[in-house]
Design a protein around this ligand. Structure first.
Ligand code: HEM
Length: 157
């Protein structure tokens, strides 16, 4: 993987755009559950914002992974090979995995009719927990270690 000095404008836009969409998707989860119950009772459901947001997230995350594979990303701050750098790398991998697995779970429920709604909900809650830890670590770097980490996701380089 190519190591760069910073994130590009497109990487930064995708990071914050997807973060916002994930928040909307999580908040609209209950509305989608009610819509599914209506379908199971033989009702007809029109536009479901949660489903549209989920499909947008999946599309943008795939784009994000492709951009990352072609352009690369900056190394996590700290001593290469240290526990904190490994934790950051694995934390990011887990975020990518969940950002792909959660929408795929939603597609399995809504379009394929598989009964994995509960697993989809649990995985979404796990994603929110990992995101919370990720955001706290970013704020810790910015305001306690004062290493300017947040700036990497604000200004393109
Ligand atoms: C749904 C919400 C979020 C998701 C899914 C997410 C996901 C990610 C991922 C996967 C990366 C690694 C990028 C890469 O190198 O390929 C990353 C980097 C980063 N994120 Fe987030 N993020 C979210 C929210 C936030 C928030 C709220 C903050 C700030 C409080 C934040 C700050 C950062 C920073 C500073 C980096 C760069 C870390 C570095 O350069 O090592 N993120 N994010």
């Amino acid at each position: 993987m190519k190591v760069t000095t910073g994130y590009s404008r497109i990487q930064i836009a995708l990071h914050w755009g997807v973060a916002l969409l994930i928040l909307f998707a999580w908040l609209s989860g209950e509305g989608a559950e009610e819509a599914m119950e209506l379908v199971e009772d033989g009702g007809v459901v029109g536009f479901v914002p949660h489903v549209a947001i989920g499909l947008a997230i999946l599309t943008l995350v795939v784009a994000r992974v492709l951009v990352r594979l072609s352009r690369g990303a900056p190394a996590a701050p700290g001593v290469p090979g240290s526990l904190s750098v490994k934790a950051a790398d694995w934390g990011h991998r887990l975020l990518y995995l969940l950002m792909i697995a959660v929408p795929l779970g939603g597609i399995s429920v809504f379009f394929l009719g598989l009964e994995v709604g509960q697993i989809h909900g649990l995985a979404a809650n796990l994603l929110m927990l990992v995101v919370l830890g990720h955001a706290l670590m970013a704020l810790y770097h910015q305001y306690v270690l004062k290493d300017g980490l947040l700036r990497r996701m604000m200004r393109a380089d």
